[in-house]
Design a protein around this ligand. Structure first.
Ligand SMILES: Cc1cc2nc3c(=O)[nH]c(=O)nc-3n(C[C@H](O)[C@H](O)[C@H](O)COP(=O)(O)OP(=O)(O)OC[C@H]3O[C@@H](n4cnc5c(N)ncnc54)[C@H](O)[C@@H]3O)c2cc1C
Length: 601
């Protein structure tokens, strides 16, 4: 089993959370502009497969045509899309995380396909890749790589969703030591109706949280009836029932009592993948909304000509740009950390887990930011469709329903908001991030009104400065709240949530400015500049309001007045003409027929 290693600093690769305390552009960022030809090829072929082979069959799939869904998975397996994360030694390709995220983006154009594919390749298969014994890997991975077998992941129970470790399913070793007898049930398990292999968590002797590999047909194990869902109607979601289910002792995954390591590490990568794993859907829905707006006439005018519709399309494109800039920056840091490692070394899996864990804050940011951006995009797309957006015949109706679950699974957005601030504080206490040193210097800057001047003078100078100010708002509020509540800050959920919102805005603005500067040749690209300006204007306003709320909840009287007056020094950002920004962006959306993809075909 892979032991989790401490990550070592890698030259030129920032540690997790460092964006909050480093200046914009402190280290180069990975972005679609830097993808290799091989990465682009995987994206192109996975995208073509999803658009040409899967999406046209959506009507049949929505009626729960599971044989068809399984056949599509098998075809995806034949093309190599299911084996990106599986090592070559076990019939896979063992590719980098950026390629894995690109394939996740490509498959996300249709919710049912996205969740079925993700349930199999991600949460279903990765526990065996990372924590399986050589025998388990040899038995299961080659079949999962080709789609001959389908995988599922069973953590949730009726009584334990967010509180995953509160599971009640129990495992007891049989007297002859040959089997674990599992009793209990699992709830809402993706792919359950047709999966061959289930990763199941149960407590050995009712206490030690442990992972197991359970095969279809195991004596005492049954799959319950399908749930009737709001969306993802073509996917399978069922309960699992274990009644003295006889699981061979050799199917214990990892170590007894170490199931939490499997569960949390799989959640980490799931969150990261969800960041790119909604981008394809965002882009497709933007295309649909644009096409509809161009075709639909009211007042003898295509509704696309109306300013309020144009603003929606511009904001949709900007949200995609922000999500994309963060997602591939994060996968790039993980890949950079692993780039010098030997992929065939026995501890490579442990190093992969450690590299992903290093960016757990960024992964939670991706999960929350991307899924909320998706919600905004599908909502505005329905609005652009007017009443037709509410009618089943229009694919945007399905996209709206399908999108809703993303804010709930892989850890709800509330849980992930708590994790963002909580993990930053833990990294600080462990000495992995110099957050409090930075907070101290910010306090001095604010006290003496001595804020650093922008180092780079260009069209994004103000946005870079706004990003630095958002970081200062976040760390200053964290410092004040940590001083006020000490370790009890974890119980101040609303403050933790406001801080997370600022941290997300810091990562988004930092990533957008850095990407635009790094990848523009000569003069900065005006469309990107407009997107960065549009996003940063809003982000600064949110963050300033969030900082005020956090300070008001963490202090009072003259202390509060002093804090509020200090952060006034950060209020430097003068907004742009929003109509002009919209026009620059929406004209690019029109020319591109959707999100103006700067790099991907
Ligand atoms: C379509 C679908 C597919 C799924 N697939 C899988 C799968 O394949 N495998 C699997 O194991 N699970 C799966 N799930 C389950 C999913 O992961 C859970 O629904 C999710 O983790 C939330 O758990 P819950 O539904 O019990 O909600 P709860 O945990 O009861 O949460 C309810 C509300 O309370 C909030 N809340 C809970 N605790 C806190 C807290 N400490 N602080 C603040 N707010 C809190 C939550 O954010 C949420 O808003 C799936 C669910 C669905 C609907």
């Amino acid at each position: 089993m892979a032991a989790v290693l401490e990550t070592r600093p890698v030259r030129g690769v920032p540690p997790g959370g460092a964006f909050l305390i480093q200046e914009v552009g402190a280290t180069p960022v990975t972005a679609p502009e830097s993808f290799t030809e091989e990465q682009r090829m995987y994206y192109r072929t996975a995208s073509k497969f999803a658009r040409e082979q899967v999406l046209p069959k959506a009507d049949r799939l929505e009626k729960k045509d599971f044989p068809l869904l399984k056949e599509l998975l098998r075809q995806a397996g034949e093309m190599g899309f299911l084996m990106i994360d599986i090592p070559e030694a076990y019939g896979g390709l063992g590719l980098d995380k950026t390629t894995s995220l690109l394939v996740a983006e490509a498959k996300s154009i249709y919710g049912t396909w996205s969740v079925t594919f993700g349930g199999h390749t991600g949460i279903g298969t990765l526990p065996i890749v990372w924590f399986g014994s050589p025998e388990q890997k040899a038995k299961y991975l080659p079949k999962l790589a080709t789609g001959e077998w389908v995988a599922a992941y069973a953590l949730t129970e009726t009584g334990s969703g967010s509180d995953a470790l509160g599971a009640r399913t129990k495992a007891v070793l049989s007297p002859d030591g040959k089997y674990y007898l599992l009793n209990g049930s699992k709830q809402f398990i993706t792919n359950a109706a047709f999966a061959d292999v289930f990763i199941v968590f149960a407590k050995v002797d009712g206490e030690k949280f442990t992972g197991f590999i359970v095969e279809k047909g195991t004596f005492g194990f049954t799959v319950g009836p399908e749930e009737h869902k709001m969306g993802l109607r073509g996917s399978s979601t069922c309960p699992l029932i274990f009644e003295d289910a006889k699981v061979p002792a050799g199917n214990l995954l990892g170590e007894v009592g170490k199931g939490h390591k499997i569960a949390f590490n799989i959640l980490n990568v799931g969150r990261l993948k969800l960041g790119s794993g909604v981008l394809g859907g965002m882009k497709l829905v933007t295309e649909m909304a644009l096409r509809y707006a161009q075709d639909r006439k009211q007042f003898q005018t295509p509704i696309f000509k109306f300013g309020l519709v144009r603003e929606k399309l511009a904001r949709m494109a900007t949200a995609i740009h922000a999500t994309e800039s963060m997602a591939y920056r994060t996968s790039g840091m993980i890949d950079a950390r692993l780039s010098t490692e030997d992929r065939s070394a026995p501890d490579y899996d442990a190093k992969t887990i450690a590299a992903i864990e290093e960016y757990a804050v960024e992964a939670s940011i991706m999960k929350v930011f991307a899924t909320e951006a998706l919600s905004m995009i599908v909502d505005e797309a329905v609005q652009i469709h007017g009443g037709y957006g509410y009618i089943e015949e229009f694919p945007v109706e399905r996209a709206y329903r399908d999108s809703r679950i993303n804010r709930i699974f892989e850890g709800t957005n509330e849980i992930n908001r708590l994790l963002i601030t909580g993990m930053l504080l833990k990294r600080t206490v462990k000495g992995q991030l110099a957050l409090f040193d930075f907070a101290q210097s910010v306090d001095e800057e604010l006290t003496h009104r001595n804020l650093p001047r922008p180092k780079v003078s260009d069209e994004l100078e103000k946005e870079a400065q706004a990003s630095e100010h958002i970081k200062r708002l976040a760390v200053y509020a964290t410092k004040v709240a940590a001083e006020a509540f000490g370790p009890e800050i974890e119980k101040q959920q609303q403050i933790m949530g406001w801080i997370s919102d600022m941290v997300m805005d810091a990562y988004a603005t930092d990533s957008m400015v850095a990407r635009t500067r790094q990848y523009s040749k000569g003069k900065l690209d005006p469309v990107r500049v407009a997107m960065v300006r549009q996003y940063t204007t809003d982000a600064f306003a949110h963050s300033f309001a969030a900082a005020r709320k956090a300070l008001c909840a963490a202090s009072k009287g003259s202390d509060l007045s002093a804090h509020l007056s200090k952060i006034e020094a950060l209020q430097l950002f003068t907004p742009y003409n929003g109509v002009e920004l919209t026009e620059t962006i929406v004209q690019a959306v029109e020319a591109a027929g959707g999100y103006p993809d700067f790099t991907l075909p």
